[in-house]
Design a protein around this ligand. Structure first.
Ligand code: RFL
Ligand code: PHB
Length: 396
């Protein structure tokens, strides 16, 4: 017989969605338990996102986990779009009435959240095995897991599926309930982390005949760089020298700008996909973050979208526990999806504008250049990019 535990909200996954939700609920006086199958070290060292929207920064600050981010994060008020060897700045501050983005690694956000959960007595269990969810359409859904050889069953009021794209929550919903919307892109990103001071104060998104390149950063000493590659690329086929050569070529500028290089600390390939399931809830299971939707990284939106989902969910749960009202829980999926689809559109648009497509013809190429010319010369077009990049207002 499994050991039985009781909790208000069960959360699967200790990524940004799961940890932000757990801490927000704690601040509302709602108890949760987070089940994570990886080790804390693995979760905190995984190299992933780096761009935080203003809304994400504001929320982390209000939650009391923003102190190190304020100290170490790099605040940017623009990005550069580079094409035909020339750079064009999109000035966020001027176009959005003062908003910007903060460069602060996802791994650092997770360290700050884990520390906050531990300091406040939160239950975040790492390296749990065989997590499963049951009786989702009942008023007492259950999670089962094994830890150090003991079987547990957790009786919850609600379960939050924050277990990412490959998690178990979404596949636990009965067949026929969800509709999937999916698009694969015919390329991937090869990303490196390099011990090299960033060669630009702001991010550079480059469109080049040989494909897309991105210059980003993690700190004044560490650069994060990406090049468009084949979707099934084998990282072993790329030497560090080859990667730097490709970056130098694609980021080259007519004004003699120079790319700073240094030892490569880490490299990997990321696939590119757009994916949404509707609805994002079934009975008392609520999907949040990558478990419900994936965006290609060109708009830097995945983490931010995960955070807004759980912001919406935490408010709905708070209303339920404070006033017994289910209305915000019932409208959770609709509220999230309205934003999700706008962010999907933006991420798809940035991706379509900046990459070379294998089946494109000369018309497509000219059209992409015209799009870049338009977005960097029309105030209306630049403003649209800027308001999406810094993050759309939360409408709830
Ligand atoms: P996560 O981060 O995938 O966390 C899910 C957690 O669930 C755990 N898990 C399980 N736990 C228990 N039992 C199971 N059966 C489980 N199955 C899975 C996993 O171990 C994991 O810890 O999902 P979440 O919380 O929804 O967060 C989503 C973000 O991580 C993701 O969208 C971003 O990283 C995407 N992304 C970016 N987003 C941005 O907002 N800005 C960016 O600049 C940005 N850059 C990126 C990115 C993603 C990238 N990659 C590698 C996909 C750059 C890259 C290269
Ligand atoms: C990153 O720094 O990892 C990064 C920045 C911008 C993106 C995607 C990833 O669009």
């Amino acid at each position: 017989m499994p050991t039985v535990q009781r909790i208000q909200v069960g959360i699967v996954g200790a990524g940004p969605a799961g940890l932000v939700l757990s801490h927000l609920l704690h601040l509302h006086g709602i108890e949760s338990i987070v089940l994570e199958n990886r080790s804390r070290h693995y979760v905190e060292e995984r190299v992933r996102a780096g761009v935080l929207e203003q809304n994400t920064v504001d929320l982390l600050t209000e939650m009391g986990v923003g102190e190190r981010m304020k100290r170490e994060g790099l605040v940017h008020y623009g990005i550069e779009l580079r094409f035909n060897g020339r750079g064009h700045r999109i000035d966020f501050r001027e176009l959005t009435g003062g908003k910007g983005i903060t460069i602060y690694a996802q791994a650092e956000v997770l360290k700050d959240l884990n520390n906050a959960r531990i300091a406040t007595g939160g239950q975040v269990l790492f390296e749990v095995e065989d997590v499963s969810v049951h009786e989702l359409d009942s008023s007492k859904p259950k999670m089962r897991y094994r830890k150090d050889g003991t079987e547990y069953e957790v009786h919850c009021d609600f379960i939050a599926g924050c277990d990412g794209f490959h998690g178990i929550c979404r596949p636990s919903i009965p067949a026929g309930v969800l509709t999937e919307y999916d698009r694969m892109y015919p390329f991937g990103w090869l990303g490196i982390l390099a011990e090299a001071p960033p060669s630009s104060d702001e991010l550079i998104y480059a469109y080049h005949d040989r494909g897309f390149a991105l210059l980003s950063m993690r700190s004044p000493h560490i650069s994060r760089l990406y090049v468009q590659c084949e979707p099934d690329e084998n990282i072993d086929n790329w030497s560090d020298d080859q990667i730097w050569r490709e970056l130098r070529t694609r980021l080259a500028s007519v004004n003699g700008w120079k790319l700073t290089e240094g030892p490569v600390q880490q490299k990997g390939i990321t696939g590119m996909r757009s994916f949404v399931v509707e609805p994002m809830q079934y009975g008392n299971l609520f999907l949040a973050g990558d478990s419900a939707h994936i965006v290609p990284p060109t708009g830097a939106k995945g983490l931010n979208l995960a955070v807004t989902d759980v912001q919406i969910l935490a408010r709905a749960l708070d209303k339920y526990y404070a006033h017994g009202s289910r209305d915000l829980l019932d409208s959770y999926s609709d509220t999230c999806l309205r934003r999700v689809w706008k962010v999907q559109r933006f991420s798809w648009w940035m991706t379509s504008m900046l990459h070379r497509f294998p089946n494109e013809n000369p018309f497509d190429h000219r059209r992409q250049l015209a799009e870049l010319d338009y977005v960097t010369s029309s105030r209306a077009a630049a403003k649209s990019l800027a308001e999406n990049y810094v993050g759309l207002e939360l409408e709830w």
